[in-house]
Every structure is written in structure tokens, then in C-alpha cells.
Ligand binder design. Structure first.
Ligand SMILES: N[C@@H](CCC(=O)N[C@@H](CS)C(=O)NCC(=O)O)C(=O)O
Length: 220
């Protein structure tokens, strides 16, 4: 059997998305963790695999795939069950819609909140953090409404949409839980208190088989 290898940085949302997908599909793979503090992703050796020095990267025999969504679609093509991009046009469209909404509307403001908070710069960046929090709250409100009618973001089945949003939400959740965030009153912590459907959905993800294998090692 051809070995799969996944290059990743612990805690990186797109890497976590791919790891969850591998676990959900029950696919064996070797974890190749790169140390961001040592900038291992910019080593000459790794730049041959990923010219931008970015993760995730999946290698599988003579195939190398970069970009989380491209990797998910590769995994669906080699091992369909369970399908991550829907069964039929309506579900497929919904999966992509949610992914595009997450990438277009949430990823950046979540980064604007989490980067300064992780670096202990809450006060210095109080204004942009507060602004980004408003955008995030509005967007999560829309997700909350969606989850009041279906268990998963694209309908009745888990999909790439769920695996894309979950790590982004966890990044946010860790950031806003920091002590320095309290004085900013972002109305995002704990997320499940403000968005109960999202809280219940997170719990569903957390009971998926293999969830713990995909959990960022430096958070354990
Ligand atoms: N669009 C890419 C994003 C890749 C990306 O931004 N990776 C970050 C980790 S979240 C990275 O490799 N950062 C290290 C660096 O740029 O040096 C994907 O979804 O795979």
C-alpha cells in the first residue's frame, strides 16, 4: 500500500482540516510535523515539496498535493466514503457555499482577533480586534441559524464544510478564552454560550472517530 505523508504545523487550521478528513475516512498516514518556531517549513528540503514553504502538504506515492481543499478533494477521489463534497448537486453546492463563506467572511477576521491575542497584544490592537469581533459575531449568527435546522453545515451528513469551519472556530475559541481578552468584552467567550447550536455542533465533531488523533499536538 502506498504510504500517505502529511506535512503539518500544529494548530494550523487548514492542517487540522486535512487531519480530520483523513481520520473520518479512516485512512492511514504518517504525520510529518514541522516546527514553526524553527521555521522548518522554509528549509531548502521542504521548499522542494512546497515552494511557498506552507502547509498542509500531502504526499502519496508520486503525488504531492498542497492546499487543504485540494487535499480533501484528492482524498474523495481516491477513497470516496464518506463523501466530503456532498451526494448530488444540491448538497455539493451547499458544501461549497459554506466553505466559500467561511474562507471569505470568517478566516480573516478570526485571524485579526487571534493573532494579537496569541501574541499578548490585546490592548495595543483593541480597536481592530473589537471591529473584527463584530464581523465574526454577525457571521456566526448566520451559521447558528443554519445549524438550527440541520445537524451539519451542509445538511444531514458531515462534509468538508464542517471540517473547514471547525478548526477556524477552535482558533477563535482559544484566542478569546485568554485572560487579556476579557476586558475587551468581545461577547464571544465561551462561544457555546452565545451560539448554542454551534456549541452542540462542535460537540458532534468532537465525538467523530479519530478526533483525538487529529487534535493539535501542542494543545494536548
Ligand atoms: N490556503 C492554504 C493556506 C496555507 C497556509 O496559510 N498555511 C500556513 C499555516 S495555517 C503556513 O504554512 N504558514 C507558514 C508560513 O507561511 O511560513 C490552505 O488552505 O492549505
Amino acid at each position: 500500500m502506498t504510504q500517505r505523508e502529511l506535512y503539518f504545523i500544529s494548530g494550523s487550521p487548514p492542517c487540522w482540516t486535512v487531519m480530520l478528513a483523513l481520520e473520518v475516512k479512516g485512512l492511514a498516514y504518517r504525520q510529518r510535523r514541522l516546527d514553526n518556531a524553527k521555521r522548518e517549513q522554509k528549509s531548502p528540503e521542504f521548499l522542494k515539496v512546497s515552494p511557498r514553504g506552507q502547509v498542509p502538504v500531502l504526499t502519496h506515492g508520486d503525488v504531492t498535493v498542497r492546499e487543504a481543499l485540494a487535499i480533501l478533494s484528492y482524498l474523495d477521489a481516491t477513497d470516496l466514503e464518506p463523501p466530503l463534497f456532498g451526494k448530488g448537486p444540491k448538497e455539493t453546492a451547499r458544501v461549497w457555499q459554506v466553505i466559500c463563506e467561511c474562507d471569505g467572511n470568517l478566516r480573516e477576521p478570526v485571524g485579526d482577533i487571534s493573532r494579537p491575542l496569541f501574541r499578548g497584544k490585546a490592548q495595543e490592537f483593541a480597536e481592530p480586534i473589537t471591529k473584527a469581533a463584530k464581523v465574526v459575531r454577525d457571521e456566526l449568527g448566520l451559521v447558528e441559524t443554519r445549524l438550527s435546522s440541520t445537524p451539519w453545515l451542509a445538511g444531514e451528513a458531515l462534509s468538508a464544510a464542517d471540517l473547514t469551519l471547525y478548526p477556524v472556530l477552535m482558533q477563535l475559541s482559544r484566542a478569546v478564552a485568554r485572560e487579556e481578552a476579557a476586558s475587551l468584552e468581545l461577547a464571544l467567550h465561551p462561544i457555546a454560550e452565545y451560539f448554542p447550536q454551534l456549541g452542540a455542533w462542535s460537540k458532534r465533531i468532537e465525538t467523530l472517530p479519530g478526533y483525538h488523533n487529529a487534535y493539535p499536538p501542542h494543545w494536548k
